[in-house]
Design a protein around this ligand. Structure first.
Ligand code: IPM
Ligand code: MG
Length: 349
């Protein structure tokens, strides 16, 4: 059976890095006999321009019918004061597809460890994953803006917390089976928020099902601190939507660049894979963007949606080899173009 993949290139550097990702996908597929078809659709600012809406109906239909979705990036300062913003398309897509579990792995490439803002001894051994709840909480509560007051509602149900906890515990159990620590760090603001009190209770309940995994709790403020002072202590982090948004950006800079981190969002239906960085409008169209997080998102898709460990590790190995050979885009301290970085990865493949 041929895999159907919806392709959302989006805005800014999106089309450039998507092109690189699809070329690597084609090469890896040819080597491993992975069969697929692509359906490219407008999304984000590009879709506002083309169709007046960041998530046109036909884009949503394509995504629903797909086996997986590849997204590059959306957003542009052109829409900063516009009535409809590209980001609304992303939030609508997450919510329409029920993509409640956002997985953001943090790993440090040895060949890039000098780029980290932290001292080498602090980042040694850092390898953890942020599991962010993506379709609930304050992002999707009622938002009211009046002249002299504003209100955002943060809601969570037990069921919403339970399902994201199961994702985190299953991941920690799998990591433990593969030699990892098997620790879930649940992050909340239980000393202040009711939603966080429920979060902590449900975390304890779910932990009963996973006797091999250790559960610990951290308050979000002190977790933000620990991520800098001792990031190697984390294994799997699970947290609500807003805290996860903030902490996953903090986590992503440990590697010294946003340009090498992929992510996955899972729900009941097709999963979505995207770089964790944005559309970088300042360098769009110049052919200098780092394509690696897009390419690693393709690898994550092959592994997690299509169970193609062969093709996924082929791509990851090629990225590592290309970096070790010294080819670097500007964000990594080199001067390679998107094309040269992609070519090096294709050659290694
Ligand atoms: C992210 C982004 C989005 C979010 C924005 C673009 C709405 O920051 O994916 O982390 O806040 O979730
Ligand atoms: Mg974010």
């Amino acid at each position: 059976m041929s895999a159907r993949i919806t392709v959302l290139a989006g805005d800014g550097i999106g089309p450039e890095i998507m092109d690189a990702g699809l070329r690597v996908l084609a090469a890896a597929a040819e080597k491993t006999g992975f069969e697929y078809s692509l359906d490219a659709q407008p999304f984000g600012g590009a879709a506002i321009d083309a169709a007046g809406h960041p998530l046109p109906e036909q884009t949503l239909e394509s995504a629903r019918a797909a086996d997986a979705i590849l997204l590059a990036a959306i957003g542009s300062p052109r829409y900063d004061n516009a009535p409809v913003r590209p980001e609304q398309g992303l939030l609508a897509l997450r919510s329409q597809l029920g993509l409640y579990a956002n997985i953001r792995p943090v790993r440090i490439f040895d060949s890039l460890s000098h780029l980290s803002p932290l001292k080498p001894e602090r980042i040694e051994g850092v390898s953890f994953t942020v599991v962010r709840e993506l379709t609930g909480g304050i992002y999707f509560g009622e938002h009211t803006l009046k002249d002299d007051s504003a209100r955002d509602v943060n809601d969570y149900t037990r069921a919403e917390i339970e399902r994201i906890m199961h994702v985190a515990f299953r991941l920690a159990a799998a990591r433990k089976a593969a030699g990892g620590a098997g620790i879930v760090t649940s992050i909340d603001k239980q000393n202040v928020l009711a939603t966080s009190k429920l979060w902590r209770i449900v975390a304890e309940d779910v932990a009963q099902h996973y006797p091999d995994v250790t559960l610990e709790h951290q308050l979000v403020d002190s977790a933000a601190m620990l991520m800098i002072t001792n990031p190697a202590r984390f294994d799997v982090i699970v947290t609500e939507n807003l805290f996860g948004d903030i902490l996953s950006d903090e986590a992503s800079v440990l590697a010294g660049t946003l340009g090498v981190m992929p992510s996955a969002s899972h729900g009941e239906g097709p999963s979505l894979y995207e770089p964790i960085h944005g559309s970088a409008p300042d360098i769009a169209g110049q052919g200098i963007a780092n394509p690696i997080s897009m390419i690693l998102s393709v690898a994550m898709m092959l592994r997690e949606s299509f169970d193609r460990e062969d093709a996924a590790s082929l791509i990851e190995g090629a990225v590592q080899a290309a970096l070790e050979s010294g080819v670097r885009t500007r964000d990594l301290g080199g001067d390679a173009s998107t094309e040269q970085m992609t070519a090096a990865i294709l050659a290694a493949l």
